[in-house]
Design a protein around this ligand. Structure first.
Ligand SMILES: Cc1cc2nc3c(=O)[nH]c(=O)nc-3n(C[C@H](O)[C@H](O)[C@H](O)COP(=O)(O)O)c2cc1C
Length: 160
């Protein structure tokens, strides 16, 4: 099975997680600046990671290069999402970027895998929260970094 991990990161937290996930899944690691439409399409499992910036917005490199994803045909693709955020400072937009990416990949026909429950998080609202679950793996390197490794390992264990 081929795995591709594509990430954006301003200050390195999401990149560090992406490196770990790529190592554990044997995936190919790509920054969103370098990723082209064919990279999104050419794997069995596509893993996308994005921090949230502004109030509930995509990280700037994701925003700049989102057209490459929007052009991809993901109808035969499984996609798993992870997002980094800060639930204490931004409780009303916690990991919203993951919700934005979810809508983008669903619009391109993807089957999204790797939903997680919200036990252990404390937030008020998130566009990544749908039908009682997160649409991917929510991580908080600002206030819960001690939980990240366990969360990542459990999540990878549930991926197809
Ligand atoms: C200006 C600014 C705005 C942010 N806005 C949000 C937000 O709306 N929601 C959220 O969950 N986290 C928000 N964060 C927290 C970042 O998503 C978090 O620190 C993340 O780990 C950064 O990832 P990076 O190091 O890969 O860039 C914000 C951080 C900054 C500095």
């Amino acid at each position: 099975m081929t795995v591709t991990v594509i990430f954006g990161s301003d200050s390195g937290a999401t990149k560090a997680v992406a490196v770990k996930i790529a190592a554990k899944t044997g995936g190919r690691l790509l920054s969103v600046q370098k990723a082209r439409t064919a990279d999104y399409e050419s794997c069995d499992l596509l893993i996308l990671g994005c921090p949230t910036y502004g109030i509930g917005e995509l990280q700037s490199d994701w925003d700049t290069h989102i057209g490459q994803l929007e052009a991809a045909d993901l109808a035969s693709c499984k996609v798993a999402l992870f997002g980094t955020g800060d639930q204490m400072t931004y409780p009303d937009s916690f990991v919203d970027a993951m919700g934005i990416l979810y809508d983008k990949v669903v619009a391109r026909g993807a089957q999204v895998v790797g939903f997680t429950d919200t036990f252990g998080y404390d937030f008020s609202a998130s566009t990544a929260f749908r039908d009682g679950r997160f649409v991917g793996l929510a991580l908080d390197e600002d206030t819960q970094s001690h939980l990240t490794d366990d969360r990542v390992n459990a999540w990878i264990g549930q991926l197809p």
